[in-house]
Ligand binder design. Structure first.
Ligand code: NAD
Length: 517
């Protein structure tokens, strides 16, 4: 099939997404005809598109001449008939099912086959939008991300009746718009939004359980996980009401999947009108700049002063710590020496099960990796707990936890140890995986469920979450970097301690070596 007709793109809906798609099309040499039922919206959209083309010139992304040509390829109209001759039309009107269905009925007549008809819906199933259409084979989901011009991804979502020819055409169009294309199953949240659910969902649970504060969770995600924004900053930006609506839609559409249970904490804030940035207050207060205190500068590596430490465990974290220990100037001793009392600090970094408490003449001061269980269940009442999840290359923060019975010396030495390794230490409540481990484990678990259900390939899941959500790495790569055993340990610990199906392991995670297999 010729690709030529795709050069004439129609867009219905001149809101946030329609404007972004039109701007992207123009910058990639396509013509764009934008239709909206509201002349006011169209006027504003035209102004926004022209302003952003001018900015592209300022940034050096195009020349004045190219901008003039791009402007010449833009048409705006309130009349759907102006779409006659378009090779593809992307619907980006408000998220109302009946309005979308009626629109596709009209589009089928205005733009006959082989024109592609695409919907940018984010929460309706493509099959539902296409059902009852004259020609459902031509309707495909093309889910763009906001802001469209900057987000390099589009999810192609075939509906139950979409023809393969239409899917191929949608891919061709996505690539012509300069996007990386992934293909997602027509299920709840498609691929990207589904795989993103645990980021905010687990963060809300952590705050609800008072494991950490909003500010701590965000800081831990930024400094410990490499996320550009913490989950609460992000929800404030999206809007708590919008995010709650998405959560409720997941919950209702899945008939009550426990992983997607909406948060009562969030509902309470929405009821109180605390909707995020748009109302000036959400999880943070936006009256001034204090809503995002500067992240602390982590200490410099060094200062071990030859003190002896023992690192127990065989996983990624133990390996990385052993490497850092010598670079920080500590001496390494083995576990038996530590049991005999020669270590300044014994670090149990085994993610699978904590080692037995050391009985010896001089039981050493200890800290445990809280992966398989919380510190409280480790049977070492004087120890402190910590959590790190690999890979540790960019990690600048370690989480620490204590019990009322923890030896103050364990706190002092653990803090000094991690500071010498170059980590900022954040003290949080006690639970398997602490904060970041729990969020990452649930991101990996959701990805494993999604792969098992055919929502997307492991490769597309990582592409989707990095390009669509700006995650530092995708869940599949994270599972590889952390080791699946570590992830399983956290989930099993949470499942056992919380007794909730929310933390059940995805079948594909049970025995696998990698999510790619
Ligand atoms: P918006 O509210 O900013 O714009 C919607 C536009 O559609 C308005 O200009 C409205 O006048 C127009 N409109 C409504 N009904 C119409 C009709 N029958 N015919 C012609 N025009 C009509 O909405 P948006 O945020 O741009 O979202 C549009 C679509 O994209 C929705 O389906 C949404 O779920 C999806 N989406 C949004 C985002 C996002 O971040 N905003 C991201 C991905 C997908």
């Amino acid at each position: 099939m010729s690709s030529a007709p795709l050069n004439r793109l129609g867009i219905v809906g001149a809101g946030t997404m329609g404007v972004g798609i039109a701007e992207t099309a123009l910058l990639h040499g396509l013509s764009a005809t934008v239709v909206d039922s509201s002349a006011t919206m169209l006027g504003q959209a035209e102004g926004r598109i022209r302003a952003s083309l001018a900015k592209a010139v300022e940034r050096g992304d195009c020349t004045h001449r190219e901008m003039a040509c791009a402007e010449g390829r833009l048409t705006v109209s309130t009349d759907l008939d102006s779409l006659i001759g378009c090779g593809a039309v992307i619907e980006a009107i408000s998220e109302r099912l009946e309005a979308k269905r009626q629109l596709f009925q009209r589009l089928a007549a205005i733009c006959p086959a082989p024109a592609l008809l695409a919907t940018n819906t984010s929460s309706l199933r493509v099959s539902t939008v296409a059902s009852g259409a004259t020609d459902p084979g031509r309707i495909v989901g093309m889910h763009f991300f906001n802001p469209v011009a900057r987000m390099a991804l589009v999810e192609i979502v075939p509906g139950a009746d979409s023809a393969q020819e239409s899917v191929d055409r949608a891919r061709e169009l996505g690539e012509a718009l300069g996007k990386r294309v992934i293909v997602a199953l027509d299920g709840i949240g498609f691929l990207v939004n589904r795989c993103a659910r645990p980021f905010a969902g687990e963060a809300l649970r952590l705050v609800q359980e008072r494991i950490a504060t909003v500010e701590q969770v965000d800081r831990i995600c930024r400094m410990g996980g490499g996320f550009r924004m913490g989950p609460f900053e992000l929800v404030d930006l999206i809007g708590l009401d919008v995010n709650l609506e998405i959560s409720e839609s997941f919950w209702f559409q899945s008939y009550g999947e426990p992983r997607w249970r909406p948060s009562p904490l969030q509902a309470r804030l929405v009821d109180a009108g605390r909707l995020g940035r748009k109302t000036g207050v959400g999880f943070y207060n936006y009256d001034d700049e204090s809503h995002r205190p500067r992240d602390p500068e982590p200490p410099a590596l060094g200062g071990g002063d030859g003190r002896l430490v023992a690192i127990g465990g065989g996983g990624v974290v133990a390996g990385a710590l052993r490497d850092l220990v010598s670079r920080a100037g500590f001496g390494l001793c083995d576990w038996q020496d530590a049991a005999a009392g020669s270590a300044w600090l014994a670090v149990d970094a085994e993610p699978l099960a904590p080692s037995e408490p050391m009985e010896g003449m001089h039981p050493p001061v200890r800290t445990h990796l809280c992966a398989s269980s919380a510190l409280a269940s480790i049977r070492d009442p004087k120890a402190s707990g910590f959590h790190l999840i690999g890979p540790l290359d960019e990690v600048r923060l370690v989480e620490m936890t204590t019990l009322a019975s923890t030896d103050p010396e364990a706190v002092t030495r653990t803090t000094a140890f991690f500071a010498a390794l170059g980590f900022h230490v954040e003290t949080v409540g006690d639970a398997p995986g602490l904060v970041l481990g729990r969020i990452v484990a649930q991101l990996v678990n959701e990805a494993a469920f999604a792969i098992g259900e055919g929502v997307g390939t492991p490769e597309d899941i990582d592409i989707g979450t990095t390009l669509g959500l700006n995650y530092p790495r995708g869940p599949v790569a994270w599972a590889e970097g952390a080791g699946l055993a570590h992830v399983r340990s956290i989930l099993s610990g949470l499942h056992a301690s919380r007794g909730e199906e929310r933390y059940r392991l995805a079948p594909g995670l049970l025995h696998a070596e990698s999510l790619r297999s």
